[in-house]
Design a protein around this ligand. Structure first.
Ligand code: NAG
Ligand code: NAG
Ligand code: NAG
Length: 354
């Protein structure tokens, strides 16, 4: 149940021991909100869940409890706190009651017997310490460091336990996925938990790492906020790089995409007013523009503004009567955004292609 809490934490927020490009800090205020939300989800999930079979033997008689369902469940809101000693969470529930139904069967040698059963458990208390970590591939893992269950007077204790891991890589669209694996084990202090995520966009086809590294950054935690999320320019630039190497940073523009009220048309007669050679060499033909990035566009995050350096080019083609595209000229452009927010393009080069 607590895994659901943790996974929802991991999902709302989000390898290799390198600097995280995305950081999420969940405060106690945020944890309490998730807890409240998770209690409802858990109640619904448990209501529909089929429990795993229980097998054992008593005095040579083998028994199986199977097909167990929860028919009634009263799941009080759990208490959850950050626990720095186990680098995870301290979770407790008290006053949980449930009714179960299922099938039982026993066999002793060739003698088989079976039937159904109803069972009710009242006033169950549970306390569990969950350690949060990452495995070698950066996936978050949750392990039960200590778990104590108390059912009225019956007291059971378990140490150790299963380890659960959850893969966190999100397909953003068919050409790009986001790697949300942990760059380090989550850092827990009494007031918050900080998840450092790899935060790298990549093209599943090429899976090439960008030729730059994530710079270190620190995320200030504000206890009045439930969740703080910091995204570094590495994340934005890895998306740029993934789009660029997969050939998606380009577009074709034709005359039908230019609004009808625009007096300048994408044809050689209209463009011939600016470049006379065009209309002389290719009289009255339609044109197509290919706009593309010449390098990975790079973002720079600075306090209060984001700068984008984009080196782009436009290649113009004449559409011949037989639909062949003949390249005619090329423009190299530089786009820069200044501190004042002004965006400008400057033309670097213009070539007539022959
Ligand atoms: C212009 O491009 C659009 C979108 O690619 C396409 O649907 C349309 O048919 C093209 N028009 C001409 C005249 O080629
Ligand atoms: C080219 O554009 C001009 C307007 O500037 C228009 O009169 C002419 O019909 C267009 N030619 C073609 C081939 O689309
Ligand atoms: C298309 O027309 C152009 C100009 O008339 C010509 O140079 C080219 O060879 C033609 N291409 C094809 C595939 O017919």
């Amino acid at each position: 149940m607590l895994y659901i809490v943790l996974w929802s934490l991991a999902l709302v927020s989000c390898i290799c021991g390198e600097n995280p490009a995305i950081q999420l800090a969940l405060t106690d205020k945020g944890l309490q909100t998730v807890r409240h939300f998770a209690a409802g989800v858990i109640q619904d999930k448990l209501d529909q869940m089929e429990l795993t079979d229980v097998r054992g033997h008593v005095m040579g008689i083998h028994y199986t409890l199977s097909g167990m369902h929860i028919t009634k469940l009263d799941f009080p809101e759990p208490e959850v706190h950050f626990s720095p000693p186990v680098s995870g969470l301290d979770l407790s529930v008290s006053g949980l009651s449930m009714a179960l139904t299922g099938d039982w069967s026993t066999h002793l040698g060739a003698i088989h017997d079976g039937g159904t059963f109803d069972m009710a458990i009242f006033d169950l208390s549970l306390r569990s310490f969950l350690g949060l970590d990452r495995d070698s591939s950066g996936h978050p893992s949750v392990s039960s460091v200590y778990c104590e269950v108390d059912i009225q007077t019956v007291n059971m204790q378990f140490y150790g336990g299963a380890r659960y891991t959850h893969v966190l890589s999100v397909e953003v669209n068919p050409v790009m996925s986001l790697d949300l694996s942990l760059s380090a084990p989550p850092a827990v202090d009494p007031g918050s938990i900080n998840f450092g995520l790899r935060g790298e966009f990549y093209s599943p086809e090429s899976h090439r790492d960008p030729p730059f590294v994530a710079p270190p950054f620190s995320l200030p935690v504000q206890s009045t906020y439930m969740l703080s999320v910091g995204v570094s320019e590495y994340t934005a630039n890895s998306a740029s790089f993934a789009y660029y190497i997969s050939g998606h940073l380009q577009a074709l523009i034709n005359d039908s995409m230019i609004p009808s009220y625009c007096p300048i048309r994408l044809n050689t007669s209209s463009m011939g007013r600016f470049i006379p050679q065009l209309s002389q060499m290719y009289p009255d033909l339609l044109m197509v523009l290919q706009v593309y990035a010449r390098q990975t566009p790079l973002f720079t995050f600075q306090p209060g503004f984001v700068k984008l350096d984009l080196l782009s080019a436009i290649k113009a083609f004449v559409v011949q009567a037989n639909s062949t595209l003949t390249p005619v000229f090329k423009l190299h452009l530089v786009r820069r955004t200044s501190r004042s927010g002004l965006v400008w393009f400057s033309m670097q080069r213009f070539n007539i292609l022959k």
